[in-house]
Design a protein around this ligand. Structure first.
Ligand code: 6SD
Length: 225
């Protein structure tokens, strides 16, 4: 999978060098290009923003550098993702869809956002999705893009050694994950639930499913309805 990121803060994405995604990049499974939006400006101050038409607080990202940056990376096969608090909600299903794509382009907004014509234009050359990580406001798209790349990248075949471990997690199967325990069997007076030490695989599976239901009812009843 090829991933291109356009941002005014390329240094944000240094963390993609570490951990599982870093290994996937070294192994050539995921190819990440980070592009500085300011490299597509032509003025002395490398200006990427201007005042909003119609008035109002803050600044809006100018279309010209965005147009040139997207011209350099987007092809008709790309899916272009703009993180936005006004976007469709990002879920595990979104991550699964994006993991099937050969090329993702992430456009990181800052300030009050990107001139709408950039998103409209991108939609005329490729598939575009405006996606929200959740109902809260970030200062820009970078942190949201990092989260999306981690969620998508780990679903790309070969990134996680033990693919079976993907199936039993929270949000796969519509329920939250059951609690996990490891040795020792007693720690600071707290015991591991005895069923997990019983060797009875049927009883363990039933207990884990009950825990999933109980947790989901208590924490995320919206997932059950
Ligand atoms: C100005 C952005 C881009 C500002 C965002 C996304 C979510 N879920 N919350 N906030 C966001 C994205 C905020 O550029």
């Amino acid at each position: 999978m090829k991933i291109d990121i356009v941002t005014i803060f390329p240094e944000f994405f240094g963390v993609l060098d570490v951990s599982l995604l870093g290994k996937a990049r070294q192994a050539g499974i995921i190819d990440v290009g980070v592009h500085d939006l300011r490299d597509f400006t032509h003025d002395r101050h490398r200006t990427v923003d201007d005042t909003p038409y119609g008035g109002g607080a803050g600044m809006v990202m100018r279309p010209e550098p965005w147009g040139e940056a997207l011209d350099a990376v987007v092809t008709p096969e790309s899916v272009v993702v703009f993180p936005s608090p006004a976007g469709e909600r990002f879920t595990q299903a979104t991550a699964r869809e994006l993991a099937l794509e050969p090329h993702l382009v992430f456009g990181c907004g800052r300030y009050e956002g990107i001139d709408q014509r950039v998103i409209d234009h991108a939609g005329s050359v490729a598939r575009v999705r405006e996606i929200s990580l959740g109902d809260y406001v970030l200062n820009g798209g970078e942190v949201a893009v990092m989260a999306m790349i981690e969620a998508v990248g780990r679903l790309v075949p070969g990134v996680i050694g033990n693919a079976a471990s993907l199936d039993e997690e929270s949000h796969e199967g519509g329920l939250l994950e059951y609690p996990s325990y490891t040795k020792p069997a007693e720690w600071r007076g707290r015991e591991v639930p005895p069923v997990l030490l019983s060797g009875n695989h049927g009883a363990i599976a039933a207990w884990r499913h009950e825990q999933q239901l109980e947790r989901t009812r208590a924490r995320r009843p919206d997932l059950l309805s």
